[in-house]
Design a protein around this ligand. Structure first.
Ligand SMILES: *Cc1c(COP(=O)(O)O)cnc(C)c1O
Length: 383
């Protein structure tokens, strides 16, 4: 893209309903948000448990800053690694029942780290078609043979594994698919990983805090294996920012030595790490919030079942699939005029003709609020 072509290209995005704009929040994250001076009921965040502005978490950050200052000032290998980071890693490992864990600045960085450290030229990665963009970028950056299998299609995956003679194989999946809310068949995937001597890398960005009593998708299935690598982010249900990878000690030590997105970046502010323990305690104690989420999910499914818009999700991500880009944008605009913030998601984030509104549920929504939203969506979409 040349400098002189940028403006025309942006206009083209506008014309095809694919230009993206940022809404600027004038309130903390939550279900009641303010944008451009207007109040909205939001179904748009990944703050599934409503912890992002929890007073205990805010206080933990404040106390962390008092104790540790603002910035870490260096990368982890050059004095940026504080006792706060160290303790957070130990707490995270314990929480998900693994030997060790490693903190990252973001889930994106964690995905690049694992993929580029474990596979390279001549190796092979096997990735679900609907994996998150950051996993795909990690696969590309690794330079391994990048093979994508049809969504949740174990037979297709097995064919690809059986045909591969790559020395190192790695299967990469989202545990909960971020635009559809459906889940990967983790026990069967682990069985395939065992059979074909592959790593199984699980990105649980949307399951951590929500599934398995908050301990995530792998805990929900009670799986344990040295070849299973777990990644979860701390910016979604955990209410903070960053991410962690958990697994065996040798794996974590290898990442410390090899992962470029770990080595060549400044450590997160220690105050953030200091708040991780509080977030984990809040997650552990959030049984009632998860129950409320369960009720909201059940209501959403019950009301969308049998309509043309329904997905297959048992998680807080509930897709409302309308098809064309234009319908999605028009519906989102109509909802906005009535005080509801529900994002339209269009290609390339979702497949062509798969444009949708992505309803994201939070434990802080009332059932009556969800009902009112669905009433509106069902009547407007039919027009
Ligand atoms: C959000 C997300 C990421 C990226 O995590 P960040 O911490 O936001 O960088 C990775 N994978 C999936 C599936 C996600 O939804």
């Amino acid at each position: 893209m040349r400098l002189q072509d940028l403006s025309a290209a942006l206009l083209e995005l506008d014309a095809s309903h694919r230009r993206r704009y940022r809404a600027t929040l004038e309130s903390p994250q939550g279900v009641d948000i303010v944008i451009d001076g207007e109040e909205y009921l939001s179904f748009a965040s990944n703050d599934y448990l409503g912890l992002a502005d929890h007073p205990s978490l805010v206080r933990a950050l404040q106390q962390g800053a008092d104790r540790w200052g603002a910035g870490s000032g260096a990368s982890h290998l050059l004095t940026g690694h504080t006792l706060a980071h160290q303790q957070a890693e130990e707490e995270l490992a314990g929480f998900v029942g693994r030997e060790a864990a490693l903190l990252f600045g973001s889930g994106y960085a964690a995905n690049l780290a694992v993929l580029t450290s474990l596979v390279g030229r001549g190796d092979a990665v096997f990735a679900d078609k609907l994996n998150h963009a950051s996993l795909n970028d990690g696969c590309l950056l690794s330079r391994a043979d990048f093979q994508r299998f049809r969504h949740n299609d174990l037979d297709h995956l097995e064919q690809l594994l059986a045909a591969s003679d790559a020395p190192t194989k790695l299967i990469a999946v989202d545990a909960v698919y971020s635009m559809d809310g459906d889940q990967a068949p983790l026990p069967a995937l682990l069985a395939l990983a065992e059979r074909y001597d592959a790593w199984l890398y699980v990105d649980d960005a949307h399951g951590f805090g929500v599934l398995g009593d908050g301990r995530g998708s792998v805990a929900a299935h009670d799986l344990s294996s040295e070849r299973l690598i777990y990644m979860a982010t701390l910016g979604k249900a955990a209410g903070l920012a960053g991410a962690f990878v958990a697994g065996g000690r040798p794996l974590i030590d290898w990442l410390v030595n090899k992962a470029r997105t770990y080595i060549f970046t400044t450590a997160q502010p220690p105050a953030l790490a200091a708040a991780v323990g509080v977030s984990l305690r809040l997650i552990a104690e959030a049984g009632e919030r998860r129950e409320r989420l369960g009720q909201l999910i059940a209501r959403c499914r019950q009301r969308l079942d049998g309509t043309p818009y329904a997905g297959q999700s048992a998680t807080p991500i509930q897709p409302f699939v309308v098809g064309s880009d234009e319908s999605a944008v028009l519906l989102a605009d109509a909802l906005r005029r009535q005080g509801y913030w529900v994002p339209a998601v269009r290609p390339p984030t979702v497949p062509e003709n798969g444009s949708r509104l992505r309803i994201s549920l939070s434990a802080r929504h009332e059932l009556s609020q969800l009902d009112a939203l669905l009433d509106l969506m069902l009547s407007q979409a039919a027009n």
